[in-house]
Design a protein around this ligand. Structure first.
Ligand code: SAM
Ligand code: DTB
Ligand code: SF4
Length: 327
């Protein structure tokens, strides 16, 4: 790292900048682990209580049968993964799950649909779900694929707090992962969400066989958006049999921790979410992720289609670490 950058970070560990270059992000990844973690912790503590973790519960409201070719995804119709295509869930069934999530301690309820993009008719139903979940006193989040500007405005009007739409990886590696929609289309959806005044939840996946430079490119792209996403999910690939990435080269857990630390350092005010992949992660790795600045998790025994740790296991881990869910 150049001395100027080092000095500027050291003097202002908490300053929000949207002009991160690849070189600067690369330099953070190259720091000795103790220096990177120290940096990330200073930044984290300037904005957050390091003992608090925001918890969200996920529900797949429309599972499987997706026309897209995302190489990691168990819900793509073209891969034989054993995930059965289902219809959109009913409002009542969704609200019953949301009530259970609230009783379990979640503060945000995230609803995911295996769509390329929502049809307007589907959006009516999702807007009713958002309204209903919000009325239970939960924050609302949905992830439905690409959105037009009018669709984003409709979701906002129904009370949506967050929209999740990931960049997934670097612009260069993206073409190895998805061919049925472009990186530019993803950025366009993010602009529509932002313009509708909905909070942005946007991150990516590591452990897809990408190189360090792709992790650099992904974080540099996120950290140089005009406004940082309020929430940045960092997923470790869940390898699913039948997907093209089922045997991808595994990522060293310490490189996962580094990715979290660089996300925290470059996006100081964002919630950095330790997302998919916790089921196969040791408690020690998860603890390091929290030390590196992760302050949010998905909570409950299922992500969308794959397993996540049981609630009591997570609560026991937080307790052991002297940490607690955020209100
Ligand atoms: N269909 C919508 C879309 O792609 O935007 C919404 C649902 S999609 C399943 C949401 C996100 O889940 C993807 O962008 C991807 O980052 C993440 N994801 C999907 N499969 C995953 C896997 N096997 N491991 C880790 N993350 C995964
Ligand atoms: C995100 O970044 N990770 C979540 C959420 N946003 C929607 C999804 C993870 C999905 C993991 C694979 C599955 O369970 O199907
Ligand atoms: Fe479809 Fe989303 Fe899965 Fe891609 S990530 S195949 S768009 S459900």
């Amino acid at each position: 790292m150049s001395l100027a950058i080092e000095n500027s970070i050291a003097r202002h560990p908490a300053a929000v900048r949207n002009d991160w270059t690849r070189e600067q992000v690369r330099a953070l990844f190259a720091l000795p682990f103790p220096d990177l973690l120290f940096q990330a912790q200073q930044t984290h503590r300037a904005h957050f209580d390091p003992t608090e973790v925001q918890i969200s519960t996920l529900l797949s409201i429309k599972t499987g049968g997706c026309p897209e070719d995302c190489a990691y995804c168990p819900q793509a119709a073209r891969y034989d993964t054993g995930v059965k295509a289902e219809k959109l869930m009913s409002l009542d069934a969704v609200l019953a799950e949301a009530r259970a999530a609230k009783a379990g301690g979640a503060s945000r309820f995230c609803m995911g649909a295996a769509w390329r993009e929502p049809k307007d008719r589907d959006l009516d139903a999702v807007c009713a779900m958002v309204q209903g979940v919000k009325a239970l006193g939960l924050e609302t989040c949905v992830t439905l694929g690409m959105l037009t500007q009018p669709q984003a405005l409709r979701l906002k009007a129904s009370g949506l707090d967050y929209y999740n739409h990931n960049l997934d990886t670097s612009p260069e590696y993206y073409r190895e992962i998805i061919t049925t929609r472009t990186y530019r289309e993803r950025l366009d959806t993010l602009e529509h969400v932002r313009a509708a005044n909905i909070h942005v939840c946007c991150g990516g996946i590591v452990g897809m066989g990408e190189g360090l430079e792709d992790r650099v490119g992904m974080i540099a792209t996120l950290a140089s958006l005009p406004m940082h996403p309020e929430s940045v999910p960092i997923n470790m690939l869940v390898q699913v049999e039948g997907t093209p990435l089922s045997a991808a080269q595994k990522l060293d857990p310490l490189d996962f921790v580094r990715t979290i630390a660089v996300a925290r350092t470059t996006m100081p005010r964002s919630m950095v979410r330790l997302s998919a992949g916790r089921e196969d992660m040791s408690e020690e790795t998860q603890a390091l992720c929290f030390l590196a600045g992760a302050n949010s998790i998905f909570y409950g025994p299922k992500l969308l289609t794959t397993p996540n740790p049981e609630r009591d296991r997570d609560m026991a881990l937080l307790d052991k670490l002297g940490m607690a869910p955020m209100d």
